[in-house]
Each structure stands twice: as C-alpha cells, then as structure tokens.
Design a protein around this ligand. Sequence first.
Ligand code: CDP
Length: 228
Amino acid sequence: MLPSTIAIDGPAASGKSTIGAAVAEKLGYLYFDTGVMYRAVTCVALFRSIPIENENAVTALAENAQIDFLKPTANDGRQYTILADGKDITWDIRSRAVDANVSLVSAYAGVRRAMTQQQRRIGLQGRVVMVGRDIGTVVLPEADLKIYLDASEEERARRRHRERVARGEPVEFEVVRQEIRKRDQIDSSRAVAPLKQADDAIYLDSTGQDVPDVIVRVMQLIDAQRRK
Ligand code: CDP
C-alpha cells in the first residue's frame, strides 16, 4: 500500500526539507517541517528578549505564542509563510541567532510536549511527509515509512554555507561547520527525544548525491512499499 505517513529524520542540513517538500509535492501530500516550529518559538523568544536559559518563560511562550503557518505569501523561494503575532518571520527563523539558540529551546521538555502534541495531531491525519529529528521515534512511531537522511558533516556544512552566502550573509565555512557540529551534538545528546535513527528506519546517505538523485531514491522506497 502507498505509505500515508512518511517520516524523514536526520541531522542539520542533511537535505530533509528540500527532499521532504519535493516528495510531498509528487505525492500530493502535506509537507510538514517540524523544525520550523522550534525555530519560530526561538525567534519569538529572541524578539521579546526572553532569556533563552529561562526554561519556564520559554516553555510558556511555546504553549501560548500565536504562530501561524500559511501557504507562501511571497515568491521569494520560501516553502511557506510563518507569522508570529501577525508579523512575517519566515526568513527571521533562518537567522544565525536562531541557529545558535534553537537546540537549547528544543531540548526543553515542556517545549517538546507542546510541539509534539500539535505535530502528532496533524501527522495522524495521514497523507503527510513530516521532517524533523524525532518523527520516527516519538512523534509518529507508527509511520508507514521512516527514512533517516544523512550526509557527511563536511558536505552538510558546505550546503549550509552555500545557502548563507546565497542569502547575502557572508560567513566562513569553518564557522558554519562548527555551528552545525554543536547543534548536532546538543540534538543527539538531549534527554528528551534525542536525534537518533529509529530501529525500523531506512538509512540514506546523501553524501555526493545531488537533490534529484536523492528524490529518486526516496520515490523508489515509496514504490517498493506500495508493491508490498
Ligand atoms: O534545517 P536544519 O536541518 O538546520 O534544522 P531544522 O530541521 O530546521 O531544525 C532546527 C532545530 O530544531 C534542530 O537543530 C533541533 O534542535 C530542533 N528540532 C527538534 O528538536 N525536533 C524536531 N522534530 C525538529 C527540529
């Protein structure tokens, strides 16, 4: 049967969002990037000058903030539009300040509880490609198809560095590499829902593969499942 819930997890900049969006479009499924939710909470906390170390305040924000996810409202390469308190924060959630703080925010148990609940509700409706760190392990352990998308640290840093430079944010490659390493380290070692491959996930290494190649491989996995 065609898998209805597809979970794609993996480390920073492994290509989850590019691949996830493309596969969802091919299938006519909803594409849901869960990282956006953690990024949006982090972004709003920074805007409101809430100290990131203040777990209670950040958790309260995650539970109460008015964050809306819309279809793209501008044709500037965005996959969606994110509004917080009515303000468009679609690109702000990709800032280096958010990158530097999001793993602290996403390690808070209360923040995860609030986010996971919403994600699970949407995931259970089916016909969805959900990408993140803990989709196959915690959010949707019953997903029909689980993929763990990886690439070497060097390659992931190169991709993220290229993205930043293309957005007009000059930054040294080595700095990007260190940032990615640090985020992966926090994400993999946190107590609640750490980044790890689910036992029944299929491991895909995209090192040295371009986007169309990886999309083909994922579509082959979906097709193989359909024929079962
Ligand atoms: O795009 P990139 O791979 O750099 O990151 P992302 O998927 O946007 O996720 C940003 C951060 O959110 C991660 O580094 C995690 O700290 C957190 N996250 C999480 O804890 N659980 C998820 N399901 C998704 C993201």
